[in-house]
Design a protein around this ligand. Structure first.
Ligand code: 6GU
Length: 246
Protein backbone atom coordinates (compact mmCIF):
# COMPACT_ATOMS: atom_id res chain seq x y z
CA UNK A 1 0.00 0.00 0.00
CA UNK A 2 1.31 3.45 -0.89
CA UNK A 3 1.49 5.95 1.97
CA UNK A 4 -1.88 7.54 2.72
CA UNK A 5 -0.35 10.97 2.70
CA UNK A 6 2.85 12.51 1.46
CA UNK A 7 4.34 15.73 2.76
CA UNK A 8 6.87 17.58 0.62
CA UNK A 9 8.69 20.15 2.71
CA UNK A 10 10.63 22.92 1.01
CA UNK A 11 13.10 24.55 3.34
CA UNK A 12 16.58 26.04 3.55
CA UNK A 13 17.20 24.05 6.74
CA UNK A 14 16.19 20.40 6.32
CA UNK A 15 18.36 19.47 9.31
CA UNK A 16 15.81 21.05 11.63
CA UNK A 17 13.47 18.10 10.90
CA UNK A 18 15.93 15.29 11.64
CA UNK A 19 15.23 14.57 15.30
CA UNK A 20 11.53 15.22 14.81
CA UNK A 21 11.21 12.55 12.12
CA UNK A 22 13.40 9.95 13.81
CA UNK A 23 11.60 9.45 17.12
CA UNK A 24 8.39 7.92 18.45
CA UNK A 25 5.14 8.02 16.45
CA UNK A 26 6.59 9.81 13.42
CA UNK A 27 9.44 7.33 13.20
CA UNK A 28 6.98 4.41 13.25
CA UNK A 29 4.61 5.92 10.72
CA UNK A 30 7.49 6.59 8.33
CA UNK A 31 9.04 3.14 8.82
CA UNK A 32 5.73 1.40 8.09
CA UNK A 33 5.03 3.80 5.22
CA UNK A 34 1.70 4.99 6.61
CA UNK A 35 2.95 8.44 5.73
CA UNK A 36 5.86 9.84 3.75
CA UNK A 37 7.83 13.01 4.39
CA UNK A 38 10.23 14.31 1.74
CA UNK A 39 12.56 17.11 2.64
CA UNK A 40 13.78 19.35 -0.17
CA UNK A 41 16.54 21.84 0.35
CA UNK A 42 15.62 24.82 -1.82
CA UNK A 43 19.30 25.60 -2.16
CA UNK A 44 19.72 22.44 -4.25
CA UNK A 45 17.85 24.11 -7.10
CA UNK A 46 20.48 26.81 -7.44
CA UNK A 47 23.13 25.77 -9.99
CA UNK A 48 25.77 27.25 -7.72
CA UNK A 49 25.48 25.78 -4.22
CA UNK A 50 26.69 29.10 -2.82
CA UNK A 51 23.99 30.97 -4.71
CA UNK A 52 22.18 33.53 -2.66
CA UNK A 53 18.66 32.52 -1.75
CA UNK A 54 17.79 35.82 -0.16
CA UNK A 55 18.19 39.49 -0.95
CA UNK A 56 17.54 42.93 0.51
CA UNK A 57 14.08 44.46 0.11
CA UNK A 58 13.57 47.18 -2.50
CA UNK A 59 12.71 50.41 -0.75
CA UNK A 60 14.91 49.57 2.20
CA UNK A 61 14.05 48.27 5.63
CA UNK A 62 15.39 45.52 7.83
CA UNK A 63 15.87 41.86 7.00
CA UNK A 64 16.16 39.79 3.88
CA UNK A 65 13.58 38.21 1.57
CA UNK A 66 13.53 34.82 -0.11
CA UNK A 67 14.07 35.39 -3.83
CA UNK A 68 11.15 34.72 -6.17
CA UNK A 69 13.43 33.29 -8.88
CA UNK A 70 14.81 30.73 -6.42
CA UNK A 71 11.58 29.68 -4.73
CA UNK A 72 9.17 29.41 -7.67
CA UNK A 73 11.17 26.84 -9.73
CA UNK A 74 11.52 24.53 -6.69
CA UNK A 75 7.83 24.54 -5.96
CA UNK A 76 6.89 24.04 -9.61
CA UNK A 77 9.13 21.00 -9.90
CA UNK A 78 7.60 19.40 -6.81
CA UNK A 79 4.13 20.19 -8.16
CA UNK A 80 4.94 18.47 -11.45
CA UNK A 81 5.54 15.21 -9.53
CA UNK A 82 1.96 15.23 -8.25
CA UNK A 83 -1.20 16.63 -9.73
CA UNK A 84 -3.36 16.68 -6.64
CA UNK A 85 -1.08 18.37 -4.16
CA UNK A 86 -2.19 21.16 -1.91
CA UNK A 87 0.30 23.99 -1.66
CA UNK A 88 0.63 25.64 1.74
CA UNK A 89 2.90 28.61 2.34
CA UNK A 90 3.90 29.04 5.98
CA UNK A 91 3.77 32.64 7.00
CA UNK A 92 2.51 34.56 10.04
CA UNK A 93 0.12 36.35 7.65
CA UNK A 94 -1.76 33.13 6.88
CA UNK A 95 -5.05 31.57 7.90
CA UNK A 96 -4.71 30.15 11.40
CA UNK A 97 -4.15 26.40 11.58
CA UNK A 98 -6.45 24.42 13.91
CA UNK A 99 -7.87 20.93 14.39
CA UNK A 100 -10.69 21.41 11.89
CA UNK A 101 -8.19 22.57 9.25
CA UNK A 102 -6.02 19.54 10.10
CA UNK A 103 -8.96 17.18 9.57
CA UNK A 104 -9.51 18.71 6.17
CA UNK A 105 -5.82 18.29 5.26
CA UNK A 106 -5.81 14.67 6.46
CA UNK A 107 -8.03 13.78 3.49
CA UNK A 108 -5.40 14.95 0.98
CA UNK A 109 -2.86 12.70 -0.73
CA UNK A 110 -0.07 15.25 -0.97
CA UNK A 111 0.68 18.41 0.95
CA UNK A 112 3.47 20.75 -0.03
CA UNK A 113 4.77 22.87 2.83
CA UNK A 114 6.75 25.90 1.76
CA UNK A 115 8.79 27.23 4.67
CA UNK A 116 9.73 30.89 4.76
CA UNK A 117 12.73 32.38 6.51
CA UNK A 118 14.10 35.84 7.12
CA UNK A 119 11.49 38.55 6.67
CA UNK A 120 9.49 36.30 4.37
CA UNK A 121 9.00 35.83 0.63
CA UNK A 122 9.10 38.26 -2.25
CA UNK A 123 5.38 39.04 -2.74
CA UNK A 124 5.47 37.62 -6.29
CA UNK A 125 5.93 34.07 -4.90
CA UNK A 126 2.34 34.16 -3.67
CA UNK A 127 1.12 35.96 -6.77
CA UNK A 128 2.57 33.31 -9.09
CA UNK A 129 1.99 30.14 -7.07
CA UNK A 130 -1.28 31.11 -5.39
CA UNK A 131 -0.62 29.00 -2.29
CA UNK A 132 -2.87 28.83 0.73
CA UNK A 133 -1.08 30.93 3.33
CA UNK A 134 -1.06 29.30 6.76
CA UNK A 135 0.07 30.46 10.21
CA UNK A 136 0.08 28.44 13.44
CA UNK A 137 -0.71 31.35 15.74
CA UNK A 138 -0.30 34.99 16.51
CA UNK A 139 3.42 35.16 17.26
CA UNK A 140 6.55 35.34 15.11
CA UNK A 141 8.90 32.40 14.53
CA UNK A 142 12.28 32.54 12.81
CA UNK A 143 10.84 30.57 9.93
CA UNK A 144 8.13 28.16 8.85
CA UNK A 145 9.97 24.97 9.86
CA UNK A 146 8.53 24.65 13.36
CA UNK A 147 5.09 25.48 11.96
CA UNK A 148 5.54 22.74 9.33
CA UNK A 149 6.38 20.24 12.09
CA UNK A 150 3.29 21.27 14.04
CA UNK A 151 1.16 20.70 10.97
CA UNK A 152 2.75 17.38 9.99
CA UNK A 153 2.32 16.02 13.51
CA UNK A 154 -1.28 17.18 13.82
CA UNK A 155 -2.33 15.87 10.41
CA UNK A 156 -0.49 12.54 10.56
CA UNK A 157 -2.27 11.57 13.79
CA UNK A 158 -5.53 11.72 11.86
CA UNK A 159 -4.38 9.28 9.19
CA UNK A 160 -6.07 5.93 9.87
CA UNK A 161 -3.72 3.31 11.34
CA UNK A 162 -1.07 5.78 12.44
CA UNK A 163 -2.16 5.71 16.07
CA UNK A 164 -3.22 2.58 17.91
CA UNK A 165 -6.95 1.95 18.32
CA UNK A 166 -6.90 3.12 21.87
CA UNK A 167 -5.99 6.66 20.90
CA UNK A 168 -7.66 6.99 17.54
CA UNK A 169 -11.03 6.07 19.00
CA UNK A 170 -10.83 8.86 21.50
CA UNK A 171 -12.76 11.99 20.69
CA UNK A 172 -10.01 14.53 21.02
CA UNK A 173 -10.59 18.09 22.10
CA UNK A 174 -11.12 20.48 19.22
CA UNK A 175 -12.05 17.92 16.59
CA UNK A 176 -15.02 18.82 14.42
CA UNK A 177 -17.94 19.94 16.54
CA UNK A 178 -16.07 19.11 19.72
CA UNK A 179 -15.35 22.29 21.58
CA UNK A 180 -14.70 20.91 25.02
CA UNK A 181 -11.53 19.72 26.68
CA UNK A 182 -10.63 16.14 27.47
CA UNK A 183 -11.51 14.88 30.96
CA UNK A 184 -8.95 14.14 33.69
CA UNK A 185 -7.16 10.79 33.56
CA UNK A 186 -5.48 8.78 36.33
CA UNK A 187 -3.29 5.70 36.56
CA UNK A 188 -1.63 3.87 39.47
CA UNK A 189 -0.97 4.45 42.31
CA UNK A 190 -4.51 4.86 43.63
CA UNK A 191 -3.28 7.36 46.13
CA UNK A 192 -0.26 9.69 46.01
CA UNK A 193 0.63 12.33 48.61
CA UNK A 194 -2.81 12.01 50.05
CA UNK A 195 -4.55 12.58 46.72
CA UNK A 196 -6.84 9.72 45.78
CA UNK A 197 -8.10 8.81 42.34
CA UNK A 198 -11.84 9.62 42.06
CA UNK A 199 -13.68 6.61 43.48
CA UNK A 200 -16.06 6.34 40.54
CA UNK A 201 -13.20 5.45 38.17
CA UNK A 202 -12.48 2.36 40.26
CA UNK A 203 -16.13 1.26 40.37
CA UNK A 204 -16.27 -0.69 37.14
CA UNK A 205 -19.62 0.96 36.37
CA UNK A 206 -19.08 2.09 32.81
CA UNK A 207 -22.23 4.14 32.51
CA UNK A 208 -21.37 6.04 35.68
CA UNK A 209 -17.78 6.51 34.53
CA UNK A 210 -18.92 7.89 31.19
CA UNK A 211 -21.20 10.35 32.98
CA UNK A 212 -18.42 11.43 35.33
CA UNK A 213 -16.06 11.99 32.41
CA UNK A 214 -18.54 14.10 30.51
CA UNK A 215 -19.23 16.27 33.55
CA UNK A 216 -15.49 16.56 34.27
CA UNK A 217 -14.81 17.65 30.68
CA UNK A 218 -17.41 20.39 30.89
CA UNK A 219 -16.16 21.55 34.30
CA UNK A 220 -12.55 21.68 33.12
CA UNK A 221 -13.52 23.61 30.01
CA UNK A 222 -15.38 26.14 32.14
CA UNK A 223 -12.31 26.56 34.38
CA UNK A 224 -9.47 26.42 31.86
CA UNK A 225 -10.99 27.60 28.57
CA UNK A 226 -14.28 29.42 29.15
CA UNK A 227 -13.83 31.07 25.75
CA UNK A 228 -14.61 27.71 24.11
CA UNK A 229 -18.06 27.61 25.69
CA UNK A 230 -18.89 31.00 24.24
CA UNK A 231 -18.65 29.58 20.75
CA UNK A 232 -20.82 26.60 21.60
CA UNK A 233 -21.80 24.52 18.61
CA UNK A 234 -25.19 22.90 18.09
CA UNK A 235 -24.47 20.25 20.70
CA UNK A 236 -27.49 20.39 23.02
CA UNK A 237 -25.69 19.16 26.17
CA UNK A 238 -23.04 21.77 25.66
CA UNK A 239 -25.52 24.51 24.91
CA UNK A 240 -27.51 23.91 28.09
CA UNK A 241 -24.29 23.69 30.10
CA UNK A 242 -23.12 26.99 28.68
CA UNK A 243 -26.41 28.66 29.48
CA UNK A 244 -26.52 27.29 33.05
CA UNK A 245 -23.02 28.50 33.72
CA UNK A 246 -23.15 31.92 32.16
CL1 6GU B 1 3.93 29.71 9.59
N1 6GU B 1 5.91 31.35 10.18
C1 6GU B 1 6.53 32.24 10.96
N2 6GU B 1 7.70 32.73 10.59
N3 6GU B 1 6.03 32.66 12.12
C2 6GU B 1 4.86 32.13 12.48
C3 6GU B 1 4.17 31.20 11.72
C4 6GU B 1 4.72 30.83 10.54
N4 6GU B 1 3.03 30.89 12.35
C5 6GU B 1 3.04 31.61 13.45
N5 6GU B 1 4.13 32.35 13.55
Amino acid sequence: MPPAIRFDVLTLFPGIFEGFLSESVLKGALATQKIEVRLHNMRDWAEDKHATMDDRPFGGGPGMLLKVDRVVPCVEEIQRQHQSGRLLMLTPQGRCFNQVFAEELATEQQIILLCGRYEGFDERVAEILKPEEVSIGDYILNGGEVAAMVMIETVMRLVPEVLGDENSNRLDSFSTGNRILDCAHYTRPREYRGIAVPEILLSGNHAEIARWREENSLQRTKEKRPDLLKSVSNDSTLRSFAVENK
